[in-house]
Design a protein around this ligand. Structure first.
Ligand SMILES: Nc1nc2c(ncn2[C@@H]2O[C@H](COP(=O)(O)OP(=O)(O)OP(=O)(O)O)[C@@H](O)[C@H]2O)c(=O)[nH]1
Ligand SMILES: [Mg+2]
Length: 481
C-alpha cells in the first residue's frame, strides 16, 4: 500500500529529517506496538516501562543484566498534540488494585529515556549514553482501518456486504441487510436514511464484537471507538448495494464521499503521524482467544493481521533511503497472555503464531528486516504447579480468576485462587487452521493481575512477566551495545 498523496510523502520526509536532526542529539527509537482490540498493548507498554524503571528481573536483556543500564525515566513526549500515556494510573490499577486497564478509547504517547553505558570502550568515551524510546498507545479497533486505505468505496461495500452474508455474520447483520435490500443507491441523497443505515451497520459491528469472543475484525474502527469524532458526517455512512458509480446527488455518491472523507480525515493522518515513522515494531496477537473461538476466528485474525501489516514499510534502510523515508528494520511477532498455559506448551503457541503470520514474516525477511516470533506474558498472572488427579500428574497453573469467572461449574469471587490444568495446544500447528476441527480444548479463564511480593522494607517488586526481557533484547539490544 502506498501513501497516496504527494503532500503526505513530503511531510513524512520533513518529519523524518526533523527526527534525524534531533536524533543527532539523542538517538531515538519509535517503537510501534501493533495489535487488534484486547491484544494486550496497554498492558505490554505499562509492564515494559515498569520493569525498566523499577529494576525488574530481565536476565535476557543483556545491557540491563550486565548492569550497563544506569536508569530509565519518563520524559516529556515529543508530540505536543497527543495526550500523555497515563502510566501512573495503569500501574496503580495493576499493582495496587490488581485490575487490568480499561479498553483504550483515545490515542496517547510516552517517551522513556534510558541512560546506559556502552559496552565498547570507543562509544563509551564519545557516545551520549542515552536512548529515547517513543511509544504510542491507541484503541486496537482503529488499526483495522489501515486496510481501507487502498480500497475504493465500491470495493469496500461489496466486500462488507458479502462478509455480512456469511454464516457467522448473517444472523447479526439481518436487520441491516434487510433495510439495505429496500434501498435504491441511485435515489436522491437523504441524511435521515444515511443515519439510519449507519446506525444499523454500527449495531451489527457492535454485536459482532461482543459475540464469539469479540474477535470480529470488520472496519471502520471508529464506528465503535469514535474518539472525538462521534456523530460527525465522516462517521455517518454504510456500505450499499451499488449498480454503478451513482449519479451526482445520489445516495451512493453521498456515501462514497463520506467514506473518502473518513479515509482522509481519520485514517490517513493516523497512519501518517504514528505508523509511517516507526523504526521497530512489535505485533501483539491474542492467539489463545482465537484458538478458543475456533478455526473461523483464527482465519479472521490471520486475514486482519495480513491486511494491517501490508500497510507498513519494512526493510533495512541504506543511509540515503533511510534519510528520506524511515523503515521498520526489526519486527517481533508475539502471542500474548502466555501465562494462561503451562510453559511446556509455549513452543506450540509460538508455532501456531508463526503459521498465522507466515506471509508477513516472509515479506519482512524479503525486505531484509529482522524477524522473530515469541510467546510472552507482559504481566504474569499465574504460577505453575503439578497437580495429581486420579494418579495422573498434570502440569497446571495457579491464579486468581476474575470475579464472575466460572471453573468446573464454580463461580469465582475474585479473591480465591484455583489450580487448573489448562489443557494442551495441538502438537501439529496445522490442526488449529483446519476448518472442520473443533475449537482447541484449552481452558481459558481470565485471571486477576498477580499479587506482588513486598520486600522487608515494604517496597513492591516489579511486575512478573514471561519473556518480556527477550522481547526487549530483540527490540532494543543493539541500540544499547
Ligand atoms: N493473564 C494475562 N492477561 C493479560 C496480559 N496482557 C493482557 N491481558 C488481558 O487482556 C486484556 C486486554 O489487554 P489490554 O492491554 O488492555 O489490550 P489492548 O490491546 O490495549 O486493548 P484495546 O485498548 O482495547 O485496544 C486485559 O484486560 C487482560 O485481561 C498478560 O500478560 N497476562
Ligand atoms: Mg489498550
Amino acid at each position: 500500500m502506498q501513501l497516496t498523496t504527494l503532500t503526505d510523502e513530503t511531510r513524512l520526509v520533513l518529519a523524518n529529517l526533523g527526527d534525524r536532526a534531533f536524533g543527532l542529539v539523542t538517538p531515538t527509537v519509535r517503537l510501534g506496538v501493533t495489535g487488534l482490540a484486547r491484544a494486550g498493548k496497554t498492558v505490554f507498554i505499562t509492564a515494559l516501562v515498569h520493569n525498566l524503571i523499577h529494576g525488574g528481573r530481565l536476565p535476557l536483556f543483556k545491557a540491563y543484566a550486565a548492569g550497563r543500564v544506569a536508569g530509565a525515566a519518563l520524559q516529556p513526549q515529543p508530540d505536543d498534540g497527543v495526550p500523555r500515556f497515563d502510566y501512573e494510573r495503569h500501574v496503580k490499577a495493576l499493582v495496587d488494585e490488581r485490575l487490568w486497564p480499561d479498553s483504550t478509547r483515545q490515542i496517547s504517547e510516552l517517551r522513556l529515556t534510558v541512560r546506559y553505558e556502552s559496552a565498547s570502550f570507543v562509544s563509551r568515551t564519545v557516545g551520549s549514553g542515552q536512548l529515547h524510546l517513543d511509544i504510542v498507545d491507541y484503541p486496537g479497533e482503529w488499526l483495522l482501518d489501515l486496510q481501507l486505505l487502498h480500497k475504493s468505496y465500491a470495493d469496500w461495500s461489496k466486500g462488507a456486504i458479502a462478509k455480512a452474508g456469511t454464516p457467522g455474520h448473517k444472523p447479526h447483520a439481518a436487520a441491516w441487510l434487510a433495510r439495505l435490500a429496500a434501498v435504491n443507491a441511485d435515489a436522491a441523497e437523504d441524511e435521515a436514511l444515511a443515519r439510519e443505515l449507519a446506525a444499523l451497520f454500527t449495531g451489527y459491528l457492535r454485536v459482532m464484537r461482543t459475540t464469539d469472543g469479540g474477535l470480529s475484525t470488520e472496519p471502520p474502527g471508529r464506528f465503535l471507538m469514535p474518539g472525538d469524532l462521534d456523530n460527525s458526517p465522516a462517521l455517518t455512512f454504510s456500505p450499499l448495494n451499488l449498480a454503478g458509480d451513482g449519479a451526482a446527488g445520489s445516495l451512493a455518491r453521498m456515501m462514497a464521499r463520506r467514506y473518502e472523507a473518513y479515509k482522509s480525515v481519520v485514517v490517513r493522518p493516523f497512519f501518517r503521524d504514528h505508523f509511517a515513522r516507526l523504526d521497530r515494531q512489535i505485533v501483539l496477537a491474542d492467539v489463545l482467544a482465537a484458538l478458543n473461538a475456533g478455526p473461523a476466528a483464527i482465519a479472521e485474525l490471520e486475514s486482519a493481521l495480513a491486511g494491517v501489516l501490508s500497510a507498513f514499510r519494512l526493510g533495512r534502510s541504506g543511509w540515503l533511503s533511510g534519510f528520506v523515508s524511515r523503515r521498520i528494520d526489526r519486527i517481533l511477532f508475539v502471542a500474548t497472555k502466555a501465562d494462561h498455559l503451562h510453559h511446556g506448551d509455549h513452543d506450540r503457541l509460538e508455532a501456531i503464531l508463526g503459521r498465522l503470520v507466515a506471509r508477513a514474516v516472509e515479506r519482512a525477511k524479503y525486505a531484509r528486516a529482522k524477524v522473530d516470533v515469541l510467546a510472552l506474558a507482559s504481566v504474569r498472572a499465574t504460577r505453575e504447579a503439578s497437580v495429581t488427579r486420579s494418579g495422573e500428574t498434570l502440569p497446571s497453573i495457579i491464579g486468581t480468576p476474575l470475579p464472575g469467572e466460572m471453573v468446573d461449574g464454580r463461580t469465582f469471587d475474585g479473591n480465591t485462587e484455583v489450580a487448573l490444568f489448562p489443557g494442551d495446544l495441538p502438537r501439529d500447528s496445522n490442526a488449529a487452521f483446519k476448518a472442520d476441527t473443533a475449537p482447541t480444548d484449552v481452558r481459558f479463564v481470565r485471571f486477576r493481575p498477580p499479587k506482588l511480593e513486598r520486600t522487608a522494607e515494604g517496597l513492591t517488586l516489579s511486575l512478573p512477566h514471561i519473556r518480556l526481557d527477550r522481547a526487549l533484547e530483540f527490540l532494543l539490544g543493539d541500540k544499547l551495545a
